[in-house]
Design a binder for this molecule. Sequence first.
Ligand SMILES: NC(=O)c1ccc[n+]([C@@H]2O[C@H](COP(=O)([O-])OP(=O)(O)OC[C@H]3O[C@@H](n4cnc5c(N)ncnc54)[C@H](O)[C@@H]3O)[C@@H](O)[C@H]2O)c1
Length: 411
Amino acid sequence: MNALAATSRNFRKAARLLGLDSKIEKSLLIPFREIKVECTIPKDDGSLVSYVGFRVQHDNARGPMKGGIRYHPEVDPDEVNALAQLMTWKTAVADIPYGGAKGGIGCNPGELSTSELERLTRVFTQKIHDLIGIHTDVPAPDMGTNAQTMAWILDEYSKFHGHSPAVVTGKPIDLGGSLGREAATGRGVVFASEALLAEHGKSVNGLTFVIQGFGNVGSWAAKLIHERGGKIIAISDISGAINNPNGIDIPELLKHKACGGSLLNFAGGNAMDPNELLVHECDVLIPCALGGVLNKENAASVKAKFIVEAANHPTDPEADEILSKKGVIILPDIYANAGGVTVSYFEWVQNIQGFMWDEDKVNSELKKYMTRAFHNIKNMCKTHDCNLRMGAFTLGVNRVARATVLRGWEA
Ligand SMILES: NC(=O)c1ccc[n+]([C@@H]2O[C@H](COP(=O)([O-])OP(=O)(O)OC[C@H]3O[C@@H](n4cnc5c(N)ncnc54)[C@H](O)[C@@H]3O)[C@@H](O)[C@H]2O)c1
């Protein structure tokens, strides 16, 4: 099942539990606006090349729309649509005053020079600058884009609208980016895990963890779990997987990677079959890489007691059912990885205030938002007698539906 079908299915289940009016249900599913633009740029050799850029603005009942811009050869309108919808529920679950959006350009950023990427970003911004804005739609980095991309969008947008740092988040610190933003998703994953484990009378200290992915999210989650006394007994990245029953020394692994070493040749672990990683014995499994990695082929063999979905869509709906029947507790992506967008919101707030917070304030506010959201989800689970995924969906959908009804439809 693709991302759009899975998201819409979860939305419909939540709408049924909430007893939503079918007209509201329909209006919440249809995106507010879908934008498709042609972006032609001269390449460095003088030849012309054309790309298609997308922005799907899903919903703005609770505030400006918020979501990443990705540069990827397979940017597909259906997927962008699903991810925009997911952002609407995610920002509502985190209770930050935003709606949802997503965008992208169908290009291979690895094949473009820095100046070609800059031209492409500027042309895309010229085409959409009237439709994004501080109080309209606030882009952020995603796959294939980064802080530099946001700096170019800020600069191009500001030519039309005056200096506007709050028009994008995930910016370089020198241009108004927030301290703590880089670590925010991984840190949020750890705060979310702590809230879940506390509910079960446990803490990170002394438990065993398996982590798939050692990029931005996986490495920050691993570092913070290690600092709290959690034992990471297996970890993987695109190069392969390693394990160590006594716990992998994460600070040493980070040093080894920073010196150009690969995960597989790290002396503090033994190479293992990456396909075995997800079914490795552990207390907590944290997928931090790709979507769809837990599926009907491997779900029955999963031995973890808890799964924290740091990646987007790591669990197929079929796997979700199998795992639920086995009693595995899953902390869903729309909550577990919301730390990044929450600190993006703090970045926007700081830009609007014209006042920079210190990192401790960013981290303590993030903890407050993540912990509060967990308790709000648990309340929905009690009210609707449902699992955490439906608890999160009902929480998010209900907040957006209430805002929509309060605003009304009078033309
Ligand atoms: N970065 C954020 O702020 C953020 C926010 C929300 C959700 N997410 C989601 O978290 C996930 C990871 O994002 P990221 O920013 O850390 O990306 P990243 O590119 O920094 O890291 C991805 C990691 O996954 C590894 N990987 C790729 N293919 C793999 C495979 N087949 N097996 C094992 N590992 C593999 C890579 O080697 C890398 O270590 C994605 O699903 C992303 O959508 C990220």
